[in-house]
Design a binder for this molecule. Sequence first.
Ligand SMILES: [Zn+2]
Ligand SMILES: [Zn+2]
Length: 346
Amino acid sequence: MYSSTVTQFEEPPRKKSPEEIAAEPIPLPPQSAEQPLIWRNVIAIAVLHTVAVYSFATRYHEAQLWTWLWSPFYGLSAGLGITAGAHRLWAHRSYSAKTPLRIFLAMLYCMGGQTCLFKWIRDHRTHHRYTETPADPHDANRGFFFSHVGWLMMRRHPAVKAHGSKVDMSDILADPVIQFADKYYTPIMLFLCFVFPTLVPVYVWGETWTVSILAVTIRYVWLLNATFLVNSFAHMWGNRPYNSHVKPTENPTVSFFTLGEGWHNYHHSFPWDYKAAELGAYGLNPTTGFIELMAWFGLAYNLKTPSKEIVKKISLTKGDGTDSFWGNHYHDTHHSSGERRSIQSR
Ligand SMILES: [Zn+2]
Ligand SMILES: [Zn+2]
C-alpha cells in the first residue's frame, strides 16, 4: 500500500540518517541533584484532578447526549495532534507533511493545551536520546509517579537542562508553521483548548454553562493522563519483543488510550517508523491509519519504515523471545530457538 511514499530500509543503513543518529540513546551515569517542588504546579495539578474526578462522578450524568459525543470527539482530535503531529511528524520526522496538513496538525495539537510545540518536541527528543538517565525529563527509573506526572511538579534535573539544550532543534526552528503556532501559542491554545469547546455545547445544543465547563476540564485532564501513560505504564508493564535491555514495553492498554502509542518497545527500537509499531492493523493504532489516509490524499509523503528482515533480525537478537500482541507473524512459532541462537552467535 502507498509503496510510492513508503521508504523501506532493506539493510541496516551503513550511513545512518540524521533521524537514526538523533534516536540513538546515550547512556549517562546516575547523578543526584536538588529538585525543589514547584508548588504552583503541585496545587494546579491536584486541583484539576480533584475537580475532574469529582465532577465526572457527580455531575457528568446531567450532560446532554451531544456533550457526551462532543467531548471524546474533541479529545481524540486533540490527541491526534499530539500523536500524528508533535510526536511522529515533528519529534521523529518519521514522515513528511505538506503545509495544509502541518497547519491542521498544529491546530489539533493546540486543542490539547499541553505546552508549546518547541518544548514538547525538545523534551521528547531528549527522552529518546537519554532514555532512563538523569537527562530524561521523565526518567522511568525514578518510579511510576515521577514518570507519570511528578516530573511536572518539580524543577528539572540539571542534566535535563544541560543535555536537552544540546538536542538539535534546527528543523523545528525553521518550520514556519511551528514558528507561528508557538509565537501565538497562548491565545491560540486558550481559545482552542478551553473557550471554543465550552461555547459550542452551550450555544449549539443548549448545554448548561456548568456542565460544559466541567466537561472541558474532564476532557483536558483525561488527555493529559493518556499522554502521561506512555511515559509511565509503557515504560514499566508489558513484554519486550524487540529489545529486552531497555525498559519500554509493548502495552495494548496504553495503545488503546493513546491512539496507538503504546507499542513502546518497538518505538524505542525504531523511533523513525511512522507506524510506531511493527504491524499496522488500525484497531489499536488509528494514528497509523490517519497518516496513511493523509498519504492517500497526497498530504503526507516519505513515510519511513524498516524492512521486515531488519525487524526480525533485531527482535531475534535483542528481544525477550515474546511476540508483540500486535500480531506479528514473522518471528512467532516457526522461529525455533535454534534459529534464535544462530542469529545471536553471528
Ligand atoms: Zn518512551
Ligand atoms: Zn517517540
